[in-house]
Design a protein around this ligand. Sequence first.
Ligand SMILES: Nc1ncnc2c1ncn2[C@@H]1O[C@H](COP(=O)(O)OP(=O)(O)OP(=O)(O)O)[C@@H](O)[C@H]1O
Ligand SMILES: [Mg+2]
Length: 278
Amino acid sequence: MTPPAAPVRVIAVASGKGGVGKTSVSVNLAMSLLNAGQRTLLLDTDLGLANIDVMLGLSPRFTLADVFAGRCELRDTVMEGPRGLWVVPAASGKRHMTELSPQQHVGLVHAFSELDLPIDTMVVDNAAGIADGVLTFCQAAQDVIVVVCDEPASVTDAYALIKVLNRERGVNRVQVLANQVQHPAEGRQLFEKLERVTSRFLDVTLGYLGAIPRDEWLRRSIQRQEAVVEAFPSAPSSVAFRDIARRAGQWQSPQGPRGHVEFFIERLVSPNARSATA
Ligand SMILES: Nc1ncnc2c1ncn2[C@@H]1O[C@H](COP(=O)(O)OP(=O)(O)OP(=O)(O)O)[C@@H](O)[C@H]1O
Ligand SMILES: [Mg+2]
């Protein structure tokens, strides 16, 4: 029998618009949490355009797509990344999470509950937009980080995502992270812009998680297929990522006895679980 696991904190990273930096944030947040002593699993759910494995220079033998196709068990997909980061890769060009049947979701429940990994935190990188799969993963997580950058479409699409999460999925707390900012004040301004509309029209509390500067070192680290916090620890973006991980580590811990990864998956298959347990 496995010992009762401590609550697993699940953090979902999403954005309305594509290309704003979700995967970069997920990878570097996960590495920073790991370096701060949290046993961390990074889950790539973007079956359309997977790239966590590429960003970390990993060569997956099996991916989530193989799990859904019945070719392997979930545990076969878990890879050991840098410094012992656990990574579950998706698969590029494969079908999207939205196409998964309820049976496949249930299959994922069983697969995750059989997964016997000692983890404290799970970071979930999502596809862009408001597809059903994205909403479901955000709903299932305890914390949702919405990444925005200073482009009109980014803020509008972030609002659209928060709106549907709030109205359709009952999410009432969202952390906003500004990425690619040119100066620190820009992040706060973006947050305030978003908060002005959410506070008027939605029943959701936004938190300002901070800002990641636009940083050439981050681009270079992607070319080197490493997290910037590993490749260039003193780069401006690395400093910001560590700061954000520290803040994320101070969020209120998941409550109650539920807290196995299985719980995350249970929330996925049972849309009412959130309101029942919150
Ligand atoms: N802070 C930053 N400084 C400089 N460049 C950045 C920064 N964040 C992201 N980028 C650039 O933006 C590109 C896209 O980032 P990333 O892949 O993380 O976005 P994404 O939101 O995951 O995209 P998608 O929606 O396609 O999944 C990166 O390849 C990188 O070149
Ligand atoms: Mg991405």
